[in-house]
Design a protein around this ligand. Sequence first.
Ligand code: NAD
Length: 340
Amino acid sequence: MKVLVTGGCGFIGSNYIRYIIKKRPKYKIFNIDKLTYAGNLENLKDLKNKKNYKFIRADITNARIMGQIFKKFMPDAVINFAAETHVDRSILSPSSFIKTNFLGVGILLNLSLKFSVQRFIQISTDEVYGSILNGKFTEESPISPSSPYSASKAAADHLVLSYYKTYKLPVLITRSSNNYGPYQFPEKLIPLVIHNALNNKKIPVYGDGRNVRDWLYVEDNCRAIDLIFQKGRSGEIYNIGGEQELTNIDVVKMILKTLKRDFSLICFVKDRPGHDRRYALSINKIKKEIGWSPSVTFSQGIKKTINWYLRNKVWFQHVEKGTYRKFYKKYYSKLGLKQF
Ligand SMILES: NC(=O)c1ccc[n+]([C@@H]2O[C@H](COP(=O)([O-])OP(=O)(O)OC[C@H]3O[C@@H](n4cnc5c(N)ncnc54)[C@H](O)[C@@H]3O)[C@@H](O)[C@H]2O)c1
């Protein structure tokens, strides 16, 4: 089985590739990544010499280059993780989100059709449903995205499903809740809190900090994606949730407590425009049809995650040398946090 994985140098993609190389050694993995600020070759440096793994630097929005890649490697399956993923960045400049998250998916779909790909998995997000104060979203719930990021992902979901309805391309969509774990770029809540706490820097928390997210340990997500790949029905959407709902402020306090840092590092800042209050997923479908359920609780997962970051301070330092510092200097100064 030849699997073309896009965005494999990012957070979830790199965890998935490491998981799948071990779990299914007969698979050949072609990792296509543009290496944006979020893509990091260091995330997979241990796989560099594996015979069944190959990295190719390319942009999924470049139809010509992607066409050459499909022609050369003739993949049996495509799993698309490649995306612009940070909501704050999508608010500041949405264009690259529209280009990669929608146009890029269109290019992958056209090529998958042309080269008769047998499985196309689009990695989507719970954010496409928008906010829900009570109850949970099922796969049948209408989508109602709030940010340019989630809107670009929602638009891609429609496009992906249209290729099933119109051309019978065997597509599947996964919509997972917030992932956390090793190799996550420190602009997202959990690695940001760990990073700032370790460096005794202020931790910005939006609004009143009571926004609720459902947390999924990344390895549980990788296992779900693999099982959906094996057993999922074409044309279907599968929610993947951790069943671990927490407010942002509780997450921040748990990390500070574990790292023995003072709560005075917490700094409430003006709320993000269009900030969804609560995300919650029903995962009955994946439990029943696929036989998957989350195996790592938040208190277990956060300990593993913090320990990983403590053991990999060099990874943090290298990431910081990139565009991280520049972006955050500008961004935090907008929030009035000049010390960044
Ligand atoms: N992180 C989460 O909590 C979460 C939750 C639900 C869904 N998702 C989805 O999972 C996927 C992966 O998320 P992540 O957190 O690992 O993201 P990430 O930002 O860590 O990684 C994205 C990767 O895609 C690459 N990329 C970006 N634009 C590209 C392009 N035009 N061509 C080729 N490669 C490109 C980047 O270089 C990077 O390696 C995304 O599609 C995201 O929408 C993420």
